[in-house]
Design a protein around this ligand. Structure first.
Ligand SMILES: [Zn+2]
Length: 196
């Protein structure tokens, strides 16, 4: 069975610089990839945009959506969704858990990557990790209401590295060798920006 990789990101840019190399690797292997951004990150991760005059939350969100969508297209992501929950704070709710529960049942991931629990620098990332873990628990059980009657299998959830690893006490246990997809030129692009 081919792999089905699902990535859940707190903000628009998190997934790009934390696991785009892994996504490229899985796409090269023929995997299906789904990326869900829970928020645009318009409040906490868009500082440079807010320095420009006449910015509004609407224009910032439009920019973040465009950037993240371009990255997803570049990498060949099969399903990309930008959900419109507020960031800072990203708060878990019945609505977001039900929605992610539905999404997981529909996509049927064979592995999931999201933020690690150990991230002392950003509460939204910890919230995203908790939301993903809780929604996955819901998606596994037939008795939990959902638009999709199927359940997911039991799969491994991996937490990607936080920005300040030592401060968060993060101990990597799995390393992905992405050297075979490092050179974006093999895809016909000269821009290596997305590969990190
Ligand atoms: Zn973030």
């Amino acid at each position: 069975m081919s792999e089905r990789l699902m990535v859940v990101s707190a903000h628009a840019a998190d997934w790009v610089w934390r696991c785009s190399g892994t996504i490229a690797k899985y796409k090269k292997m023929g995997a299906a990839v789904s990326v869900v951004c829970l928020t645009h990150g318009e409040r906490g991760e868009s500082g440079a945009l807010w320095k420009q005059p006449d910015q509004t939350a609407k224009t910032v969100k439009a920019t973040r959506l465009r950037e993240s969508t371009e990255a997803a297209k570049f990498l060949g992501v099969d399903e990309f969704e930008m959900w419109d929950y507020p960031d800072h704070p990203l708060v878990s709710s019945e609505e977001i858990l039900n929605r992610l529960n539905d999404k997981m049942r529909q996509f049927k991931p064979t592995l999931i990557i999201t933020h690690d629990w150990h991230d002392d620098t950003n509460a939204d990332h910890v919230a995203a990790s908790d939301i993903t873990f809780t929604a996955f628990g819901m998606a596994r059980h037939k008795g939990v209401p959902s638009q999709c009657q199927d359940t997911t299998g039991i799969v491994q959830i991996y937490g990607f590295e936080p920005s300040q690893t030592e401060r968060s006490g993060y101990m990597p246990q799995v390393y992905i060798d992405i050297t075979d997809v490092w050179d974006a030129e093999q895809y016909g692009y000269s821009n290596k920006y997305f590969f990190s």
